[in-house]
Design a protein around this ligand. Structure first.
Ligand SMILES: Cc1ncc(COP(=O)(O)O)c(C=O)c1O
Length: 492
């Protein structure tokens, strides 16, 4: 297939040349009914492109197969057997992937650092999620991937597992040994689903880590909006081989994908695939060069260090465009530095926490951006030296390695049974009845049914007081946590 083709983009351009008078959705009708100030702000082209797929991009029965052709070309670009563009982010793609392999009561294995998306699907679908521990670098206070020995033990302990879900690369750009993990899974007939939300571009540049599908993953999910230049929410769901039933995957996609996918998002996915298939090597060599420039500039700033190849566990690779900066020696938390950089230099990093900042160098990052970040950080460090930033106790914050994953109740019982809000400081020993996921990276530290340990309380209160942001807590003040009611929690 010709990877220069962009069926969605081309159909959109044709449509714009011969606009139709619509008497259906979307009701803004090429922008005419959109709020004036929004149209002024976003421009009228956005609304002209915001058509629906049948009787917009395609005919009434989608007989020109516009979106289908885009999917087929994308599948070939990744050397996959199946591809669907998904307009609800990788969150939705992961729901689809899991729905294709497991039903209520089935056991699935989840790496301990999976995103909220996988935990939410397991919860909603009634899956029996078993946690596979990940490698934790205590010195850096970060989680990496899964060691093959840990997966082998989990597979032995759960012989009926329907799938193993891995995050590779992690938010911090570190991959697992996908080939070794896939081999372990395949010897037992278990599919490996790789949440490669941050690794969609890997297949298109030799200097990036290996692509998950190429290394044996049966299903891979890529947030093309995160790394490949597509519009926000644009994701791709891909599969290779026979282990995951293609028809079920296709049906899961149909079950969950909106009936009104955003055509601007679809068009941006189509174009991002074309750019990568045709020009990925050059695009990413340039991006990697800018990341190397940032790394070189940061090396000149005293008091910080940057994660690099020698810091990785065996079998891992580093995506050099993810620049993880340890700021713990500065005596000020990463959250505070993030806020300071934003306020004083209008800089916005990809992640901050008690000890780190993560700069994501992307296809859109310019040399000027890199210089500005290095300058801003140097300025910040100088200001810290002068005492301009209030010192924080970030260095004493509990480390991620302390957190446990013991379950004490069935997740659905905890979610739907009697509950009460308990002060976080008093919650040790109780059973969680909500997902507690600091974001980014959006990895749940507590899920419904999980025993809240003293270590969770210590970690969460310390991070909360330092400035952590939680995804949708039921108590937005983060003072209390939704727990199984004491009456229901008591042993019978
Ligand atoms: C590892 C991982 N998986 C899944 C997701 C969800 O992706 P999306 O925001 O595209 O829904 C994220 C988002 O940050 C992520 O980091």
């Amino acid at each position: 297939m010709d990877q220069k083709q962009t069926p969605i983009l081309e159909a959109l351009a044709t449509m714009e040349r011969r606009p139709v008078r619509g008497f259906g959705a979307p009701g803004h009708n090429l922008g005419r009914g959109a709020a004036r100030d929004v149209r002024k702000l976003l421009g009228s082209r956005v609304f002209e492109a915001d058509v629906i797929t049948p009787k917009g991009l395609d005919d009434r029965r989608e007989g020109a197969h516009v979106v289908q052709r885009a999917h087929e070309i994308a599948a070939e670009a990744w050397n996959a057997d199946f591809c669907r563009f998904v307009t609800g982010g990788s969150t939705l793609s992961l729901h689809m992937a899991l729905a294709a392999v497991a039903r209520a009561g089935d056991t699935i294995l989840l790496a301990a650092n999976v995103h909220k998306a996988e935990r939410a699907h397991a919860l909603a679908a009634g899956l029996d999620a078993r946690i596979v521990p990940v490698i934790v670098d205590d010195g850096w206070d970060v989680e990496h991937g899964v060691d093959p020995a840990a997966l082998a033990a989990a597979l032995d302990a759960n012989p009926g597992a329907k799938a193993f879900v891995l995050v590779s690369p992690t938010y911090y750009g570190v991959t697992s040994d996908v080939a070794a993990l896939a081999d372990l899974c395949h010897r037992r007939g278990v599919p490996l689903i790789c949440d490669a939300a941050w690794g969609g571009a890997f297949a298109f540049c030799e200097a990036l880590p290996d692509d998950a599908l190429t290394k044996g993953a049966d299903v891979a999910v890529y947030s093309m909006h995160k790394t490949m230049g597509a519009l926000t929410q644009g994701s791709a769901l891909l599969a290779r081989g026979e282990l995951v039933d293609r028809q079920r995957l296709w049906m899961a996609y149909e079950l969950y994908e909106t009936t009104s996918p955003s055509v601007p998002i679809l068009a941006s996915l189509d174009a991002a695939r074309r750019d990568h298939a045709v020009d990925g090597e050059a695009i990413w060599r340039g991006t990697i060069a800018r990341a190397a420039d940032l790394r070189a500039r940061l090396a000149g700033i005293a008091g910080i260090r940057v994660l690099d190849e020698p810091d990785l566990p065996p079998g891992s690779q580093l995506d050099p465009t993810k620049v993880l900066i340890d700021v713990s020696a500065l005596g000020v938390s990463g959250y505070a530095i993030d806020d300071w950089l934003n306020e004083h230099h209008r800089l916005c990093v990809g992640l901050s926490d008690a000890r780190h900042l993560l700069a994501v160098v992307s296809v859109g990052t310019t040399v000027g951006d890199v210089r500005a970040l290095a300058k801003g950080l140097a300025d910040c460090v100088a200001r810290i030296g002068k005492g301009d930033l209030t010192p924080t106790s970030a260095a004493e914050a509990p480390r991620i390695a302390t957190l446990t994953t013991e379950m004490a109740a069935a997740p659905a019982d905890a979610l739907f049974g009697p509950v009460e809000h308990v002060r976080l400081e008093e919650a040790a020993g109780r059973i969680a009845a909500e997902i507690v996921a600091p974001a980014p990276p959006g990895v749940p530290r507590l899920v419904p049914g999980q025993r809240i340990g003293a270590e969770h309380v210590a970690w969460l209160t310390a991070n909360r007081d330092l400035g952590m942001f939680l995804l949708d807590p039921t108590d937005p003040s983060e003072r209390t946590i939704r727990c199984v009611a004491a009456s229901a929690d008591a042993p019978s």
